[in-house]
Design a protein around this ligand. Structure first.
Ligand code: ZN
Length: 250
């Protein structure tokens, strides 16, 4: 497991301390949602010389319109893009009770770190997605599986915490022993979302072509937890936010 070391200046040419340019021969499976974090991560990995295989998941999220944004990034990069339809596979039937996947549960407004946001947890989501991404890594010859969790996710999502990433990496390498050796790369694990915005601005990420809002409407709602977090990140990073919000709160 590698993450970015905290306290390092942004932007900078190399993402990870101590790595060398042999990374240009490396191949990574990037788990991408079409959101700001995973899109920025993809730009960062590409800037580092990784060849990317991109993978996205329809897990029944009501904001599945984000997937079109992920597909567009892959097209821009001329990278492979695989969409795994976990909704069709029946996953949604067991993921009831999360505001992201259950139409009967209202997406809460408020701050991302609020207790109320726990209703947006999709149980074991990252282990499910990383397992499939790791299988793709074996078949595509990638030695890295990357996903874009950052510090702000730790509060509410247990599968975005460093201990999860370490444990998953250990598990998956037992599971594919003799077939491959896979590094689980979570480069933003010690970064805030504002840090991610700063990095994305430096990498010329087209933020207007990323989607965050959990409600999945015509425009970003501006009031749900992830809209709140997105707006706050741009403000803290002092980067112009190109997003159109339906509601702007003072
Ligand atoms: Zn929203």
């Amino acid at each position: 497991m590698r993450g970015w070391q905290p306290g390092l200046e942004l932007p900078r040419p190399n993402l990870w301390p101590g790595h060398n340019r042999t990374v240009t021969e490396r191949r990574a499976v990037a788990v991408v949602s079409g959101g700001l974090d995973s899109t920025t991560m993809s730009y960062a990995l590409r800037a580092e010389g990784y060849t990317l295989d991109m993978i996205s998941f329809d897990y029944g999220q009501r904001h599945r319109k984000e997937l079109a944004f992920a597909e567009q990034v892959a097209a821009d990069f001329e990278a492979s893009w695989t969409l795994i339809d976990l909704h069709a596979a029946g996953l949604t039937r067991i993921l009831t009770g999360s505001a992201l996947t259950d139409e009967t549960v209202t997406v809460p407004d408020g701050h991302y770190a609020d207790e109320s946001m726990k209703i947006t947890v999709v149980p074991n989501r990252n282990a499910i997605m990383l397992s499939i991404a790791s299988a793709l890594a074996v078949t595509s010859g990638a030695d890295t599986v990357a996903f874009g969790a950052h510090t702000g996710d730790h509060f509410i999502y247990p599968d975005c915490r460093p201990e999860f990433v370490r444990a998953f990496e250990a598990m998956v390498n037992v599971a594919v022993e003799g077939l491959a050796s896979i590094e689980i790369l979570a480069p933003f694990l010690s970064l805030t979302k504002a840090d991610v915005v700063k990095l994305g601005a430096d990498l010329h990420v087209p933020f207007e072509r990323t989607w965050s809002c959990y409600k999945g409407g015509a425009a970003h709602c501006g009031t749900c937890g992830t809209c709140f977090e997105r707006r706050e990140a741009f403000a803290l990073a002092q980067v112009l936010d190109p997003t159109t919000y339906e509601t702007i709160r003072a």
